[in-house]
Design a protein. Structure first.
Length: 294
């Protein structure tokens, strides 16, 4: 079993073997805030802090029988002592979280996280009901709004889905332009249908333009930066010269949405075709905006 799932099961165990769905998310969030490298990261969702990865792991544990799901609860479904299986420091932190917050009901946990972590309440549909005017103002001021028109680029290698989405939110990206040739991914959340769903749940639109991507068979032997550079030279002479209309479409989208991001896999911009693509777009005579790699 993945260690991160043991964290969830240990939390439920410490709280008597069953836990409301909303409280699981909030308590795991408070646990994660006490860790330098937490197992889960969270995004600002309709009821505050939320992790799609936590939900996916809960679903998996229901399927494999580790948990039983009811309408409002998840119930631990075995006798294993998962608290005992945790690292010493993690056991200490999760025990502290239960002591501090374990008796709070869902509404109290929501209010506590909204007040102390206002960024995570920026997309809440209930913030006005939960907070007073002063508290709500703090939430509103946590929402980033960009006035400049910017063409961003972003890769998802080495980051969680939630960290990736937070980058989009914190840069006020309005449209994600997927420039992968093949939009399937083994990494959770990054295949086309799921990525589109998760982006749209945060108010970020999604479009896939595979025509400006690179075929996977051209990416098989890339061991050095020189290999990447050689690939991108071919890309510039072929795909980029053949896709002027798609590049113009991206500029049209930028003009419409003001803040869009080209996305692909690689973390290192120098090893991704989104860099020469963005450079080609920026050379268009009608392009007069900033390009920013995030």
């Amino acid at each position: 079993m993945f260690y991160r799932r043991k964290i969830i099961l240990a939390l439920i165990q410490l709280l008597g073997g069953e836990l409301e769905k909303i409280r699981i998310q909030k308590l795991l969030f408070l646990y994660s805030q006490k860790k330098k490298n937490p197992e889960y990261e969270f995004i600002p969702y309709k009821f505050g802090c939320y992790s799609f990865s936590v939900k996916a792991d809960l679903n998996t544990m229901v399927k494999n029988g580790s948990l039983v799901e009811t309408e409002y609860y998840f119930i631990k479904n075995n006798q294993d002592d998962f608290v005992k299986s945790l690292k010493v420091e993690d056991k200490k932190i999760i025990t502290e979280v239960v002591q501090l917050y374990g008796n709070m009901n869902s509404n109290s946990l929501i209010k506590h996280t909204y007040i102390n972590f206002p960024y995570y309440a920026i997309n809440s549909t209930i913030a006005e009901k939960v907070l007073d005017k002063k508290q709500l103002k703090k939430v509103i001021s946590s929402k980033k709004e960009g006035n400049e028109t910017i063409l961003f680029t972003i890769g998802y290698e080495g980051v969680s889905l939630e960290k990736y989405l937070n980058k989009l939110v914190s840069n006020d990206v309005k449209l994600l332009v997927d420039v992968r040739k093949n939009s399937l991914s083994m990494k959770f959340g990054f295949s086309k249908s799921l990525l589109k769903k998760y982006c749209e749940s945060l108010g970020i639109e999604y479009i896939h333009i595979p025509e400006v991507g690179i075929n996977s068979d051209q990416r098989q032997e890339l061991n050095t930066q020189q290999d990447y550079d050689a690939l991108f030279e071919v890309y510039k002479k072929t795909t980029l010269k053949e896709t002027d209309n798609y590049q113009a479409k991206i500029i049209e989208l930028l003009t419409k949405y003001k803040r869009i991001a080209l996305t692909c896999f690689e973390a290192d911009i120098c090893q991704c075709h989104r860099k020469p693509l963005a450079e080609a777009i920026a050379k268009n005579p009608i392009f007069e905006y900033e390009v920013k790699h995030i």
